[in-house]
Design a protein. Structure first.
Length: 194
């Protein structure tokens, strides 16, 4: 013979009432956790890494000479350097590498950072700002296009950001697992003077 009720907290509670209590408790806890998550994370974004050039001293002469050579290149922001291939495409943010592109984007970032320098004319005028560049890489690593999508307010800084993306090309070919013809990358270049 099975008992029809359970003992709990010194009183008799039927199975039906116990089940109601458990369901109500689960509903309350789910609502509480949802509300807590909304309140904790409302308006907050994940931390974003940015390229930052901070200079306390004048840039060296060699960097200045390489900048002059780069400024003589065609830096047309609308003219792609190669015709874009057709096929699957994806857009990623260089500041938040994740998923299957993580290793590729880290290598890409290192390649760009190793070539990036403060434009001499902007340095002498104490120009600072943030430029956002969108560039497209084809599966073979060729740079298909590079354009400023958010200006720093200074043409020299904007051209410097586009120039370093162009100078770092060609990039590594995509691994076969990417299954892409083109990867569009958003990169934020932050120019600051200390």
């Amino acid at each position: 013979m099975r008992p029809r009720s359970l003992m709990g907290f010194g009183q008799m509670i039927s199975k039906k009432n116990l089940l109601r209590f458990i369901l109500a408790s689960c509903a309350f806890h789910m609502a509480f956790l949802s509300l807590a998550g909304i309140l904790l994370f409302a308006g907050q974004s994940s931390p974003v890494e940015t390229f930052t050039v901070r200079l306390a001293d004048m840039p060296n002469k060699n960097a200045d000479d390489s900048r002059k050579e780069e400024s003589q290149k065609d830096l047309s922001l609308d003219k792609p350097t190669k015709e874009q291939a057709s096929g699957p495409e994806e857009t990623v943010d260089l500041a938040n590498p994740g998923g299957k592109y993580r290793a590729y984007l880290r290598e890409l970032r290192r390649r760009i950072e190793s070539r990036w320098a403060y434009p001499q004319d902007s340095f002498s005028r104490n120009e600072t700002g943030t430029t956002v560049v969108r560039f497209s890489i084809q599966s073979d690593g060729a740079l298909a296009a590079a354009a400023v999508v958010s200006s720093s307010g200074y043409e020299s800084l904007d051209r410097g950001a586009v120039a370093v993306v162009q100078d770092a090309a060609p990039y590594s070919p995509f691994p076969e697992t990417f299954n892409l013809s083109t990867l569009h990358v958003l990169a934020k270049f932050e120019y600051e003077l200390d």
